[in-house]
Design a protein around this ligand. Structure first.
Ligand SMILES: [Mg+2]
Length: 216
């Protein structure tokens, strides 16, 4: 069983790790993909099923995308986020977990969501005060699977050593970003199937958040 020498900082993904949001990620992705294909920004036959909305947008951005198209696409994303966050609840055992962790650890969220939407959802669900830092997409150079959000978190707490971080998330993009930032990754929930295909080896998998306590 994986055991870090001494964990002092924990980086959480937000959607479907801490919050059970009702963001319709499939519909969001389809709408964005349709727009990008219609505007000849994505080739027909692009392997959409292997992508998330964020990796698709990063792909198009890297190949050159007008400011106008980017704004339009992000507007679609925000609309889905706002609707989905309205009904957000907590994943099971989140409050118990955070209460157990709050005194001994620096707790950080790194989310591809907008900072504003994230803070609003965290306040609504009552868990905002547990966190020492929240990094939304505006605080990172590029969205996950880029490691930039995780690197920003590490830089923000220089007293925590490289080896003292761990992260947890439900998606392969969390795993990719975390591992590339040098942070051991624990996968959570049911959507672990893509991890292997994407070449990500989590140090552990947990299906209940309370099991995280075994690894810190
Ligand atoms: Mg997630």
């Amino acid at each position: 069983m994986y055991k870090s020498s001494h964990v002092r900082g924990i980086i959480f993904d937000m959607d479907n790790t801490l919050l059970r949001s009702k963001i319709n990620f499939q519909m969001m992705k389809k709408q964005v993909a349709d727009y990008l294909i219609d505007h000849d920004l994505l080739p027909v036959g692009f392997p959409i099923q292997e992508h998330t909305t964020s990796t698709m947008i990063e792909y198009v951005k890297a190949n050159g995308m007008s400011e106008e198209s980017y704004t339009e696409v992000m507007h679609m994303v925000v609309q889905h986020e706002l609707i989905g966050m309205e009904g957000a609840g907590l994943e099971s055992h989140v409050s118990e977990l955070l209460k157990a962790l709050m005194t001994g650890y620096v707790l950080v969220i790194v989310t591809n969501n907008s900072y504003k939407a994230a803070v609003q959802a965290l306040e609504t669900t009552g868990i905002h005060p547990y966190f020492d830092l929240i990094i939304g997409r505006e605080q990172m150079e590029a969205m996950k699977p880029s490691p930039s959000g995780y690197l920003a978190a590490k830089q923000h707490f220089p007293h925590i050593l490289e080896s003292e971080w761990i992260s947890i998330g439900d998606s392969w993009i969390d795993g990719r970003a975390s591992v590339d930032a040098g942070v051991p990754f624990i996968s959570y929930g049911l959507s672990g199937h893509l991890m292997k295909e994407k070449g990500i080896s989590p140090v552990a998998h947990i299906d209940s958040l309370l099991k995280l306590l075994d690894y810190v």
